[in-house]
Design a protein around this ligand. Structure first.
Ligand code: AMP
Length: 217
């Protein structure tokens, strides 16, 4: 199964991707996570990516396409994969097309999570992440039972530097301008499945699995 999970920042891609990749036993490829790891490790890639991430801009296509291409060539991707947060521009989608053709494989589905802008703003600015295990919470809708600590591992909770109000507004604008055109792009290819993203995590996951199952026939 080769899937792209699309949707604006804050639509719940990460949460759904975690669930789906466990369920379908395929690797979870998140370019955002790859960049955050590089930033944490202070690698040359991280230093370059940070300049864009902190202001909510996209990392240049050439850099992003390069890391995805390398990742897709790894052995575990032979059984399939789920792309989360990639592609984010038409140029990235075209480059992915070429890469998949070179690998001799095809995409099965593009899942597009739909959530309105006001809800996204609220979700993103209230999001908190565990420094140790990466679990995500929301100050209002999904607070940690352990207060300022992670209820799973007691790690410290923090706000991603790009989840502040100013950066979030910019990220949503960038999404509208550069990523939203991909909805029509994949619709034209007959791969797009729209899923309402304003339900509970469990209900959304169930809907996605249902449509994936029926599309696979
Ligand atoms: P995410 O965790 O997917 O919201 O990504 C966090 C940040 O990483 C984005 O705001 C971008 O700066 C950068 N990023 C992640 N994926 C991409 C991509 N496909 N193209 C360009 N920049 C990306």
């Amino acid at each position: 199964m080769r899937i792209i999970l699309m949707g604006p920042p804050g639509a719940g891609k990460g949460t759904q991707a975690d669930f789906l990749t466990k369920e379908l036993k395929i690797p979870h490829i998140s370019t955002g996570e790859m960049f955050r790891k590089a930033v944490k490790e202070n690698t040359p890639l991280g230093i370059e990516a940070k300049r864009y991430m902190d202001s909510g801009q996209l990392v240049p296509d050439a850099v992003t396409v390069g890391i995805v291409k390398e990742r897709l060539a790894e052995a575990d991707c032979q059984k399939g994969f789920l792309l989360d947060g990639f592609p984010r521009t038409v140029a990235q989608a075209d480059a992915l097309d070429v890469t998949l053709r070179e690998l001799g494989v095809k995409l099965n589905q593009v899942i597009n999570l739909l959530v309105g802008r006001d809800a996204l703003l609220q979700r993103l600015t209230g999001r908190r992440v565990c420094k140790s295990c990466g679990a995500t919470y929301h100050v209002l809708y999904n607070p940690s039972a352990a207060g300022q600590k992670c209820q799973l591992c007691q790690g410290e909770l923090y706000q991603r530097s790009d989840d502040t109000e100013a950066t979030v507004a910019n990220r949503l604008d960038v999404y509208e301008q550069q990523t939203a055109p991909l909805v029509a792009y994949y619709e034209k290819k007959g791969l797009l499945l729209n899923i309402a993203g304003n339900e509970t995590v469990e209900a959304i996951a169930e809907n996605i699995l249902k449509v994936l199952g029926s599309e696979q026939g």
